[in-house]
Design a protein around this ligand. Structure first.
Ligand code: SF4
Ligand code: SF4
Length: 303
């Protein structure tokens, strides 16, 4: 039987903003949302692609002969790729010495991921850190996520899950039995506005947050703060009041919008919807934090 695998687009070591202390963050590929400000656009598509970064190519021709689909050719102008023939097999990714072919995700067995995680055990032990499963949306690969969390549990590693909350409640509560902390996004209290900027309504997300608390799990709520989207007083008060009414919430992290992902969108050949969005000032962030503190004691700016 084939070992259980997860589709992963990155593993980040020494992560300091993905939960308590020093962590290793495992990014699961694929997300049912498509937020305008998403800073991991390579994590949205459930299918992996291979990008060709022509500016990195040194023209050695190595990849051309190895492509099993004969999708690559070399001319005096450099390498070209016939996208109709390319099956994203990633052979060229392995071959290219210049890293000019890049995969947006790859299948990793749970054992492979655990091998990577084990390298960081000394840092977890010293700092009290652990792993954070993020994405994309980790709950969209429930079997793989559960297997990874269970394997980490056996090793005594602290486990956090960073989620949009958009998943069947049964999946969420099953995953909750195998992790110590949720990092849970709340983006907007008005459902049509939420749908406009993320692609989905908010009713399932809000109901799941309540269900998670009612079931006795620990949660830190994360609010990505975007000027003109969710930063107005009415929405911030409504958000604070809703969170105050949820059990299990230990605190709120306000994550200021920043446009640093724009280069990733260019690389993927995708339109960055966030180009019109504005970064909040320090004073504005402090004002939002003051409002939220009326509802929840522990409010932090940043991850
Ligand atoms: S192997 Fe890499 S550097 Fe060489 S031709 Fe292919 S893309 Fe260019
Ligand atoms: S991903 Fe596979 S099929 Fe596509 S160009 Fe590279 S080697 Fe060829």
């Amino acid at each position: 039987m084939k070992p259980l695998a997860a589709n992963i687009f990155a593993i980040k070591r020494y992560a300091l903003h993905d939960g308590p202390n020093i962590r290793t963050t495992i990014f699961f590929k694929g997300c049912p949302l498509a937020c305008w400000w998403c800073h991991n656009p390579e994590g949205i598509d459930f299918h992996s692609k291979v990008l060709f970064l022509a500016e990195k190519c040194v023209g050695c021709g190595e990849c051309v002969g190895h492509c099993p689909e004969k999708a690559l050719g070399l001319t005096s102008k450099g390498v070209f790729r016939d996208d109709d023939k390319c099956t994203s097999c990633a052979t060229c990714v392995q071959i290219c010495p210049a890293l000019a072919h890049e995969a947006t995700g790859r299948s990793m067995s749970i054992a492979e991921i655990i091998t990577e995680i084990k390298k960081e055990l000394p840092f977890f032990d010293q700092s009290g850190g652990g792993i954070t499963c993020s994405g994309g949306e980790p709950l969209s690969q429930p079997e793989s996520l559960l297997a990874l969390l269970q394997a980490c549990g056996k090793l005594g590693i602290h486990r956090a899950v960073d989620t949009s909350g958009f998943a069947p409640v049964e999946t969420l509560l099953e995953v909750a039995r195998h992790c110590e902390l949720f990092l849970y996004d709340v983006k907007h209290m008005d459902s049509p506005t939420h749908e406009r900027f993320t692609g989905v309504a908010n009713d399932l997300i809000l109901a799941n947050l309540k269900a998670l608390g009612d079931d006795g799990h620990a949660i830190r709520v994360r609010i990505p703060l975007i000027v003109g989207v969710n930063d107005d007083g009415k929405n911030i008060h409504a958000t604070g009041a809703f969170i105050a009414d949820c059990k299990g919430v230990q605190g709120i992290d306000i994550l200021p919008y920043h446009p640093s992902a724009i280069a990733k969108y260019r690389k993927l050949g995708e339109i960055y919807k966030g180009a019109s969005l504005t970064v909040p000032t320090k004073a504005h962030l402090a004002g939002v934090a003051e409002i939220l503190k009326k509802y929840v004691v522990d409010v932090n700016i940043g991850g």
